[in-house]
Design a protein around this ligand. Structure first.
Ligand SMILES: C[S@@+](CC[C@H](N)C(=O)[O-])C[C@H]1O[C@@H](n2cnc3c(N)ncnc32)[C@H](O)[C@@H]1O
Length: 200
C-alpha cells in the first residue's frame, strides 16, 4: 500500500498532476495519456475495486502513472490544498451525483475544490436517465444541467463549459456501454474551473 508521504514526494517531482477518480479498468486514463503525450505530467488513478485496479495496472505501466487501490476520499486527504491541476470523474456512482443524495456527496466536491490549484480544472461526465427508463427528453437534460451547474457554482466553481455527450477523445468501459442506449441514457459533461486570484 502507498504511504501518504511517499506518494506526495514522488508526485511533486512532476510539472503537472492529473487525477482520475473511480478509474475502473484504466481504459480512459490510457486514452488521456495517449492524447496528451506529456511525460512531465503525473497521472494518478484511484479505484477502490481491487480487480479493476489490477486491470488498470496491466494496461498502464509507465513511470509517470500511479494507480492507487483506496477510496478517493482517503487519497484526497493525502494531497495538499491547491495541488492538483485536473480532476477527472467519469460516470460517478449515483451516491456521488444523484440529486436525492446531494447532502452526502457535496463533501467530496468541497474537498476536490480545496485540492485543486487555482485555475485548475474539474471534468465530470455524468448520465441523465429518468425513473421509468424511458427516452430522456430535452427538458430533462436541461433541468439536470441547470441543477448541476447551480450546485457546483454554489461550491465556488466557475462553469467553463457544459455540453451534451463526453469529450471526443474520452472512451471507457461504461461510456461504451451507455453509448449503446443513447435515447434512454444521455450524457452531459461539465468543465469546471477553480477561479484564480482576484486582481485588484
Ligand atoms: C460507474 S463506474 C465508472 C468507471 C469508469 N470511470 C468508466 O467510465 O468506465 C464507477 C467506478 O467508481 C469506483 N468507485 C466507487 N466508489 C469509489 C470510491 N469511494 N473510491 C474509489 N473508487 C470508487 C467503482 O469501483 C467503479 O469502478
Amino acid at each position: 500500500m502507498w504511504q501518504k508521504n511517499s506518494i506526495i514526494s514522488i508526485i511533486s517531482t512532476f510539472n503537472k498532476v492529473v487525477v482520475e477518480l473511480g478509474m475502473g479498468d484504466g481504459q480512459l486514463l490510457s486514452n488521456i495519456i495517449e492524447h496528451e503525450k506529456n511525460p512531465n505530467t503525473c497521472y494518478v488513478g484511484i479505484e477502490i475495486d481491487p480487480i479493476q485496479i489490477q486491470e488498470s495496472r496491466n494496461k498502464l505501466r509507465r513511470e509517470n502513472v500511479f494507480l492507487i487501490n483506496e477510496s478517493f476520499e482517503q487519497v484526497l486527504s493525502y494531497f495538499p490544498h491547491n495541488y492538483v491541476d485536473h480532476f477527472i470523474f467519469v460516470l460517478p456512482p449515483p451516491c456521488y451525483i444523484d440529486k436525492s443524495m446531494e447532502k452526502q456527496w457535496i463533501i467530496l466536491y468541497q474537498n476536490i475544490f480545496m485540492k485543486l490549484k487555482q485555475k485548475g480544472i474539474f471534468t465530470i461526465v455524468t448520465e441523465v436517465i429518468n425513473d421509468l427508463l424511458e427516452p430522456v427528453t430535452d427538458n430533462e437534460v436541461k433541468s439536470c444541467v441547470e441543477w448541476l451547474g447551480s450546485s457546483f457554482a454554489a461550491l465556488g466553481f466557475k462553469i467553463k463549459d457544459i455540453f451534451e455527450d463526453s469529450p471526443n477523445y474520452y472512451s471507457s468501459h461504461f461510456l461504451e456501454q451507455f453509448g449503446g442506449d443513447q435515447l434512454r441514457i444521455r450524457l452531459i459533461t461539465l468543465i469546471l474551473v477553480k477561479p484564480g486570484p482576484k486582481l485588484i
